[in-house]
Structures are given as structure tokens and as C-alpha cells.
Design a binder for this molecule. Structure first.
Ligand code: HEC
Length: 353
């Protein structure tokens, strides 16, 4: 099909095919890169926040809790500030109070929680089960929808890693009285050493990050398409001006030449002279073409003149030949002899007189 098209259309079709293929290939690669970057971005945020929460937890158990032991023992109400799970959650709620971070969440998602706000939902319960079934699983991450937002999560197993935990989490009968009085004896008991009881989950809003990636993606694609489109237009223009038009001019004269229709004024054609003035390959070709045209024209003119004089000669020759033919004919010879006879008779008669 390409063969039947003219030059500039052929180039346009080729360049546009390259454009489309280029946009598809680079689009796929670009989106892969941007998506990976967005995911790396949310992962990093999630990891930093998880580590921060763990720092809060250690601070609580190492610095806060020991200071409050006497007060806790004497208090009728349990002092939740001594519990790492509580302080981590409270600190994170303060962090979320800033509107910018309202869509971040932190939860020590527990199957059987002391405080119901830490209860695992269906999705989180599955994560805990998954971690219980595979002790080598130290981290799970991915995406989920929560409260209408698309979130990226990082989850780590939380296990009863110390004998001291059992003082409050094994049996309500041995747990501090103020704990049972404050929270009741329904949840957070019966835990065993080394048991994975919860998943420490951090949620990072992914929508904004991915929307930003999508915006960068479209911006880059638009820039890419614009550059290629400009190149297509420029190349098309150059091909028309530098190749198609000159070749068209020379082609027109070549046709005239072939049909012997070159006139004297064609030799002075400004379009051809303009082309011949160019310094490039087409200019050289146009100069050669111009010379060739002049040569052919002068030769043709000379040939025509020769032909003309030849024709005149032939005409004269033919006329002579015709006369010869007439004089050589029998009738003419007969007529000639008769005329001689008549002349002779005349002479004889005169002699007689
Ligand atoms: C002095 C008692 C006490 C000890 C010791 C204790 N906890 Fe707790 N734990 C609590 C209380 C009370 C809560 C609920 C805090 C709240 O209101 O969020 C809690 C909450 C938790 C939670 C959050 C889920 C839930 O049930 O609300 C986890 C997980 C947890 N504890 C694990 C541990 C581990 C692991 C240890 C040992 C390193 C430990 N706890 C030691 C009293 C204790």
C-alpha cells in the first residue's frame, strides 16, 4: 500500500506509525517506572511510621511505665499510659489530627483485644492468620480499600515475646484488679508465650501518590506526543520543500523533453534556475538537468533545420525526376518524332518551291 502513496504521505504514515508504537511502548515502560516509584514512596512512608511507632512503644515500656508503677499499683482505675499499645495509638491519633495526615491509620489489629478499638476487622484477621500459619513471614504489604479510601498497608506480626506480658494477658484472675475493673474480663486474656496475637498495621493513603504518578504520566506522554508531532510536521514540510517540489519541477520538464515539447522559454524557467542555484545534491542534479535540456533543445533544433533543407532537396529532386519521367515516356517520344516529321515535311515543301 505504501508503494502507491506519494512521498510526503508515505513519510507521514511511517512517522505516525513510529509515533503510535513509540507512545505505546514508552507509555507502558513509563507507567511501570512511575508506578514502581509511587509504590516505593508509600512503602517508605509506611516503614518510617512503623519504626516511629515502635520507638514510641519502647519509650513507653522503658521510660514511662517504670515511673508509673507505684501510682498504677495504688490506683483503682487502670493507667493506660503505662501500656505501649495505648501510647502508640494515642501518639498516632495526635499525628492524624493534622488534616494532611487524616487518612493515615495505625492499628495493633488484635483477634482478641483488651480495648475494642484495637479489634481486627475481617481483612486484618486474615493477615494475623496468615502470619500465624507462616512464622517466617515478617512483613506483608499491599493495597486495600478502607473507609472509602485506597490505602497502602504494611503489616508486621506482634507476638507475646516476653513472660512479663502474661501478668496482664493470661488469666483475668491473676491480672491486676484495676485492669479487670476498667476493661472487664472479656478480651485480651488467654494469650500464650510466643503466640502471634496481633498484626501491627500502618495505612498510608495511596490515592494521592498514584494520582500524582498518573498526572506525571499524562504530562510526559503529552510532551512526548507534542515533540514527535512537531517532528512529523517539520519533516513533512522539509520533504515537500526540498524533495517533492524540486523533483516535481524536474519531472514536469522531463515529461516535456520526452514528448519533444520543450520551448525556448523553458530553458530560462525561473523555477529550474532557482533549483540549480542550490548547493545540495538536488541543486547539482538540477544543474545537470538544465544542461541536458539545453543540449537536447539545440540538437533538436539543428536536426529540425537539417531535416528541412533535406526535404527541400528531396522536393527538387522529385520535381526533376517527374520531368524526366514525362520526357522519357513513349507518348512524349512519339510526340517528339511527330513534331520532327512535321518540321521535315515543312522543309521539303519549301525546297520544292
Ligand atoms: C500491666 C498490664 C499489661 C502488661 C504487662 C502488658 N499489657 Fe498489653 N495491654 C494492656 C492493656 C490495659 C491494654 C489495652 C490498652 C488500650 O486501652 O489500648 C493492652 C493492649 C495490648 C495490645 C493491643 C490490643 C488490645 O488488646 O487492646 C497488645 C498487642 C498488647 N497489649 C500486647 C502486649 C505485649 C506483647 C506485652 C508484653 C511485652 C503486653 N501487652 C504487656 C495491659 C498490659
Amino acid at each position: 500500500m505504501l508503494r502507491t502513496m506519494n512521498l510526503s504521505t508515505r513519510f507521514t504514515v511511517l512517522l505516525l506509525s513510529v509515533l503510535v508504537a513509540g507512545v505505546i511502548v514508552s507509555g507502558v515502560i513509563l507507567w511501570g517506572v512511575l508506578e514502581a516509584r509511587a509504590e516505593a514512596d508509600v512503602t517508605e512512608k509506611g516503614l518510617i511510621l512503623t519504626e516511629t511507632m515502635n520507638a514510641v512503644r519502647s519509650y513507653t515500656s522503658n521510660n514511662v511505665s517504670p515511673q508509673l508503677q507505684r501510682e498504677l499499683a495504688a490506683s483503682e482505675v487502670f493507667i493506660a499510659e503505662t501500656v505501649p499499645a495505648f501510647s502508640a495509638r494515642e501518639v498516632f491519633e495526635n499525628f492524624r489530627a493534622d488534616e494532611e495526615y487524616a487518612n493515615f491509620f495505625y492499628k495493633e489489629a488484635t483477634l482478641n483485644p483488651v480495648n475494642p478499638r484495637s479489634g481486627a476487622d475481617g481483612f486484618e484477621a486474615e493477615l494475623v492468620e496468615q502470619m500465624r500459619n507462616d512464622p517466617n513471614l515478617t512483613e506483608v504489604s499491599g493495597f486495600r480499600e478502607r473507609e472509602g479510601a485506597q490505602l497502602f498497608f504494611i503489616a508486621r506480626p506482634l507476638s507475646i515475646n516476653d513472660e512479663s506480658c502474661l501478668a496482664c494477658h493470661s488469666d483475668p484472675a491473676i491480672a491486676p484488679a484495676n485492669l479487670v475493673a476498667t476493661y472487664g474480663d472479656d478480651g485480651g486474656f488467654g494469650w500464650e508465650l510466643d503466640e502471634i496475637v496481633a498484626a501491627q498495621v500502618i495505612y498510608v493513603p495511596a490515592e494521592d501518590v498514584f494520582n500524582a504518578a498518573l498526572r506525571s504520566f499524562f504530562l510526559l506522554i503529552v510532551i512526548f506526543v507534542a515533540i514527535i508531532a512537531a517532528a512529523v510536521v517539520a519533516i513533512n514540510f522539509l520533504i515537500r520543500r526540498d524533495v517533492v517540489q524540486p523533483v516535481g519541477v524536474m519531472g514536469g520538464f522531463a515529461q516535456k523533453l520526452g514528448e519533444d515539447e520543450i520551448a525556448a522559454e523553458d530553458l530560462e524557467s525561473t523555477s529550474l534556475a532557482g533549483l540549480a542555484g542550490r548547493q545540495d545534491e538536488l541543486g547539482v542534479m538540477a544543474q545537470a538537468f538544465q544542461r541536458m535540456m539545453k543540449e537536447v533543445y539545440t540538437r533538436t533544433q539543428a536536426l529540425k533545420k537539417q531535416l528541412e533543407s533535406l526535404r527541400i532537396e528531396i522536393d527538387a529532386f522529385q520535381r526533376d525526376a517527374q520531368v524526366q519521367e514525362v520526357t522519357d515516356s513513349e507518348f512524349f517520344q512519339d510526340l517528339k518524332s511527330k513534331a520532327q516529321d512535321l518540321r521535315k515535311d515543312d522543309e521539303d515543301e519549301n525546297d520544292d518551291e
